[in-house]
Design a binder for this molecule. Structure first.
Ligand code: TXA
Ligand code: MG
Length: 304
């Protein structure tokens, strides 16, 4: 179906992706249509290995070290793009860089290998909504807009890949915290730089409101207010909530990341005045969890 220009949702170890072959202009255009995604927001090219990525992107020594250490896995590298290779211009939104990653999920890898070409895929949700960690989430969000959903059960990591920008020669930039913690990356390549003020133009999907639930979200809650649901972390959960989901009763950040989006969706489907979220440590995967929650809690006018 991919080879014929179809749209296929598939599992990765982070979240489900909405895939099209990178050379199929019309299929890639359908991704933007299905998600209602602005065209200026580029996509990640999912590849089977470094060799497939190197057809499209220039690797320097730092990129090689990172790929060697973390691929297959939840790490996306933004690298200078090679010219003169067949690639739909929509994938990179006209930028001179390309985002590449080798997913660690066996179904995703097999799909790319069989197709023989990179698969461009954003998370398989409507633009700005909560990312899908189960096939049902994709079906509910996108319905008839996708040709096929490959169901391999819940995803293991639960938050999207960490995105690093290596396209400039100064320090490596952390564009999005994700499934590989900053600490693990910095052990290998030293301190990461943050985003700069011109980055919104370069990575428009990385700022502003996102993961938007229906109910207002209240972060770092120390008490629960009347009518609120609770997204808890650790034990015991705060008392007094109308409904409770605990990200990790034993306070484990990897478990919390894996539960985050599904529990947010569950609470959001209930009849509540709002959702209170208990404090979650910022170390390790906590950086990505707090980033997603912060953006889910932003007021609606700050759409990024
Ligand atoms: O874990 C993940 O990364 C998932 C799975 C499906 O692989 N994918 C995902 O894709 O989260 P998406 O499109 O939801 O987020 C990718 C982000 C976007 O915010 C986009 O702006 C940024 O990556 N991006 C893509 N290409 C870029 C580039 N050349 N330069 C800077 N940012 C880029
Ligand atoms: Mg997304």
């Amino acid at each position: 179906m991919l080879a014929a220009g179809g749209l296929v949702a598939f599992p990765t170890e982070t979240v489900y992706g909405l895939g099209a072959v990178v050379t199929e202009d019309r299929a890639v255009a359908r991704i933007f249509l299905a998600k209602n995604r602005p065209h200026r927001n580029p996509l990640i090219a999912h590849v089977a290995d470094r060799a497939m990525a190197a057809v499209f992107a220039w690797f320097d020594e730092r990129a090689d070290r990172l790929a060697e250490a973390f691929w297959p896995g939840p790490l996306t590298l933004v690298l200078p793009r090679k010219q003169g290779v067949p690639l739909s211009p929509l994938v990179t939104a006209g930028l001179s860089t390309i985002a590449v990653r080798v997913p660690a999920h066996p179904v995703a890898l097999r799909l790319i290998e069989e197709t023989g070409l990179p698969v461009a895929a954003p998370s398989a949700n409507r633009s700005g909504r909560v990312s899908p960690t189960r096939a049902e989430h994709v079906a509910r969000d996108l319905g008839e807009r996708v040709d096929l959903v490959l169901d391999a059960g819940p995803t293991r990591v639960g938050v999207e890949s960490t995105i690093l920008d290596l396209s400039r020669h100064d320090r490596i930039r952390l564009l999005r915290p994700g499934g590989i913690s900053r600490e693990r990356i910095e052990l290998l390549v030293g301190p990461l730089a943050g985003r700069t003020s011109d980055e919104p133009a370069r990575a428009p999907g990385l700022l502003g409101r996102h993961y938007a639930p229906r109910h207002p979200l209240r972060l770092d809650a120390r008490t629960v207010r009347a009518g609120e649901g609770l997204l808890a972390f650790g034990s015991p959960p705060l008392p007094g909530a109308r409904s409770v989901r605990n990200l990790s009763p034993r306070g484990d950040l990897a478990e919390a990341a894996a539960n985050l989006f599904a529990m947010l969706r569950e609470l959001d489907a209930e009849d509540l005045e709002g959702i209170a979220v208990m404090p979650i440590p910022r170390r390790g995967l906590g950086e990505a969890i707090n980033d997603r929650l912060r953006r889910a809690a932003m007021p609606a006018e700050t759409v990024g």
